[in-house]
Design a binder for this molecule. Structure first.
Ligand code: BGC
Length: 587
């Protein structure tokens, strides 16, 4: 079923017209035709708050434009603090921006939203717009989102007790942007009404940046739409740490390793302001906090052989710990938010104290525990943890137990069994149940609950075994019995053969608050080959189907699908395979 989409109507508000008049320049109104010659620039302030604002810039070409340099004069005291899809500089009040290649061409008569930025200072319209030196007409449109709380908005009333499990009996928000894409695919209607995560994967996504990844809806649009749907819960992914994705390249982010100040003031603080508005007091906001970040500090740092230079940097500078504790504390202080911190998955953190040098399990719990007290974060700010986000690890292996004796030896004690390799677990259910206990030992509340991302861990289809192998050879036995078809559990990118997992549902087990679809099925984990882009995304060989692997996946083939776009971008082919191999199957 399609979810109705509610859009704000854009109108020329009196205030914007007044702002135009105040500039003293001859601007076109939004309805005015193009000037006889030249060009037109729409400078649209989409959101503004105390000290800053976001604006999106659209160029309309009269003659074909092949590459643009755009200049304007800001009101004094105004500057750009970050921008996307543009190379820019500022000298005094003069801003200069240039295309980044793919957005350089604009056909005659075409309007193209070319870039956006976060500014500080005045959101009044600049003057003196010029494209490639020619003076242009310019317009403004009114903000499409309201301001975060001011002294007139009391914000959330506060004091409301958080419920034990926000998912119990709840209607969960369906992201219309994902839903539309899913519904447009053959057979997609069957799942297009499932709730999926809203990823704030860069600062501009808060305001709706029009990127293929996050679309045009900003956080406030999603929250408003959740109210319109009558949803009880919305799931938001907080994903923009400095030096993000330190052991891989496909989801590298926009903030450099040291930019913790910007993470706090330009990313977390505005999110808190928006979520804190009184109109959302009755909406439960689940925040999934910073995928893969802290687990990387356990396994991918010196002296481990799996160390990467970037993870060593992030461990040494403390900015993952600083950022996660800050986000959790600030978001947790709101009365209607439910924070679940990302905890990797069993194929990453599931190695216990068999060998203390490789104890990921207790070391990860201790690292999470060390957050308590930092940046004012308390145990009460944490509602639980989430495993398997955007990953492929199974909920359970129905045909074998990890400590089962085969060929005279327990599988998890067998030195020659690469699939298990001494891991204490072979599935997410057992892992989350046990990990929750050690997290409580580390100081988290006894009523924390776990989430598991089941969006792509179904592993149905033709290769799914239907019973246990009869082999007495442990390697053969496991390979013939396991439903997880990966070459190795370290494989994380666009796994060929994967299917949708359990549909989202509340309370599947006593310790599990919900099965959730945080990774929206059909969105890529990374490009199969290098694709130049302006999203900060790198090329990771783990997404190349021909790659033979590295130490982090035991030098196994990557198992990735071919022809995949940048992470977050849509793949009809992957979506079709996920449907095909769904387990439970799609009727
Ligand atoms: C990407 C994000 C995207 C998310 C959801 C991540 O791998 O880096 O840009 O929003 O997946 O698809």
């Amino acid at each position: 079923m399609q979810v109705p989409r509610r859009r704000r109507r854009l109108a020329i508000a009196g205030v914007a017209v007044a702002a135009l008049a105040a500039t003293g320049l001859t601007f076109a109104s939004a309805n005015q035709a193009l000037a006889e010659e030249g060009c037109k620039v729409d400078y649209k302030v989409v959101s503004s708050w105390g000290s800053g604002f976001q604006a999106n810039v659209t160029i309309t070409a009269q003659e074909p434009i092949n590459g643009w340099d755009l200049t304007w004069t800001f009101p004094s005291g105004t500057s750009v603090s970050s921008a996307w899809n543009v190379g820019y500089s500022q000298s005094g009040t003069t801003f200069t921006g240039s295309d980044v290649g793919w957005n350089g061409s604009i056909a005659s008569g075409q309007s193209r939203e070319v870039f956006g930025f976060i500014g500080s200072g005045s959101s009044a319209t600049p003057t003196n717009f010029r494209i490639n030196g020619d003076l242009c007409n310019g317009t403004t449109q009114p903000p499409t989102s309201e301001e975060p709380p001011t002294s007139e908005d009391p914000g959330n009333p506060g004091g409301g007790d958080k419920v034990d499990n926000p998912y119990t009996g709840a209607q969960v928000y369906v992201n219309p942007q994902w839903s539309d894409r899913a519904a447009a695919e053959p057979g997609g209607d069957a799942i297009a009404n499932e709730p999926t995560g809203v990823w704030l994967d860069q600062t501009s996504a808060i305001y709706g940046n029009g990127s293929p990844t996050t679309g045009t809806m900003g956080l406030e649009d999603h929250l408003d739409e959740a109210l319109a749907q009558g949803a009880d819960v919305i799931q938001v992914v907080i994903y923009n740490l400095p030096g993000r994705d330190c052991a891989a390249l496909a989801s590298n982010g926009q903030l450099g390793a040291t930019e913790i100040g910007r993470y706090k003031s330009e990313y977390i603080d505005p999110i808190v302001d928006i979520m804190g508005q009184s109109k959302y007091a009755d909406l439960k906001i689940v925040n999934v906090i910073e995928i893969d970040s802290l687990p990387n500090l356990v396994t991918n740092v010196t002296p481990r052989a799996t160390a990467t230079a970037n993870c060593d940097t992030m461990k040494a500078n403390g900015n993952y710990v600083n950022g996660v504790s800050y986000a959790t504390a600030e978001l947790g202080a709101l009365p209607n938010t439910y924070n679940y911190i990302d905890a990797g998955h069993h194929g990453w953190i599931g190695w216990g104290d068999v060998n203390p040098q490789y104890d990921n399990f207790n070391a990860a719990a201790a690292l999470f525990g060390s957050l308590i007290g930092q940046n004012g974060m308390t145990a009460d700010d944490v509602h639980g943890f989430i495993s398997n986000t955007a990953n492929y690890s199974v909920l359970e292996e129905p045909y074998w137990a990890v400590n089962q004796v085969v060929g005279g030896q327990a599988l998890n004690q067998n030195p020659n069994l690469p699939w298990v390799d001494w891991n204490d677990f072979n599935n997410e259910k057992d892992f989350t149940e046990a990990f929750r206990e050690v997290l409580i030992d580390e100081g988290f509340n006894e009523d924390i609950g776990m989430l598991i991302d089941t969006s792509r861990n179904g592993w149905g289809g033709d290769y799914r075994p239907t019973g246990a192998s009869t082999s007495t050879n442990p390697v053969t036995f496991v390979d013939e019995s396991r439903i997880d078809q990966r070459f190795q559990k370290g494989n994380w990118c666009n796994q060929a053969g994967a299917g949708l997992g359990e549909r989202p549902q509340a309370d599947p087990e006593a310790w599990i608050d919900a099965y959730v679809w945080i990774k929206p099925p059909g969105e890529s984990d990374g490009a199969s080959e290098e694709i130049p882009n302006s999203e900060g995304k790198g090329f990771d060989q783990m997404c190349d189907p021909d790659y033979g692997g590295n130490i982090r996946n035991g030098n196994n083939p990557s198992g990735a699908r071919d022809d995949m776009p940048l992470s977050g971008h849509w793949s009809s082919e992957q979506f079709a395979e996920l449907l095909e191999n769904a387990y439970p199957p799609i009727n």
